[in-house]
Design a binder for this molecule. Sequence first.
Ligand code: PLP
Length: 229
Amino acid sequence: MSGVRENLTEIRRRLAQAAARAGRRAEEVALVAVSKRVDEERLREAAAAGQTVFGENYLQEAEGKIEALAGAGLCWHFIGKLQSNKLGRIAALFSVVETLDQARLAGALEDKLVKIGKIMTVYIQVNVGREPQKAGVLPEDLDALARAVTSCPHLRLAGLMMLPPQHPDPEASRPYFRQTRALVDSLFSRGLAPQPLGLSMGMSNDYQVAVEEGATLVRVGSALFGPRS
Ligand SMILES: *Cc1c(COP(=O)(O)O)cnc(C)c1O
C-alpha cells in the first residue's frame, strides 16, 4: 500500500475546509492529480479511489499512461512546456491544456484542432512572479494573448494558470494568487473573456492558500503520490 487513497481523502478534506473558510463550496474546486514520474500502479490506485483528473508534464511519458488507462474514464490535463512539434499529439490525447503562453502556439494548436474537429479547453499560463526562468505570459501581455485565444474557434478559454515563486512558506504565495485573481476578474469585467474565468493555482505546498484566494483547480502531485523518483 502506498497510501494514495488515504492521501486523497486527506487532501479532499483540507480542500473542503479551505473552501469553507473562504465561504466557497467544495464543489467549486477541482483537484488535478499531477502524475509526472508516478508509476501506473499508483495512478490506478488514485483512479480506484475516485480521482478522475490527472495532470502530466511530459508528452512521451503521458502517452503510455493514457493508453494504458484508456477506458477508465479519466481526463488528462497537459501542464508541461508546450513545443510546437508536439501540439498534434497533445491536441489528440488531452482534454485540457493549461500552459498556453504564446499567440503563436495558440494558432498552431487551433490548426491541429481544426484537423481533428475537436474543441479544447485551455488555460493561459501567466508569469505573475516575473521570473525569467519560468514560462508564462507577462501580465502586461495578457490582453493580447487572451484576444488571440478567444479568436480561435476551437479553443475555449477557461482561465489562467500560474506557479508562484518557490518558497517554503505557503503564505508567501498568497500575494501572487491574489494578483492572478485580479487578472481574471479584470479580463471578464472588460469583456476580454466570454464568461467568468477559472484559476488553476496551488500545489502540494500551498493549495489551501490558493483555494482561500479563489482557485478553481489545484494541481497536487507529491502530497498525493509521495515524493517523485
Ligand atoms: C509538478 C507540478 C505540480 C505539482 O507539484 P507538487 O509540488 O508535487 O504538488 C503542479 N503544477 C505543475 C505545473 C507541475 O509541474
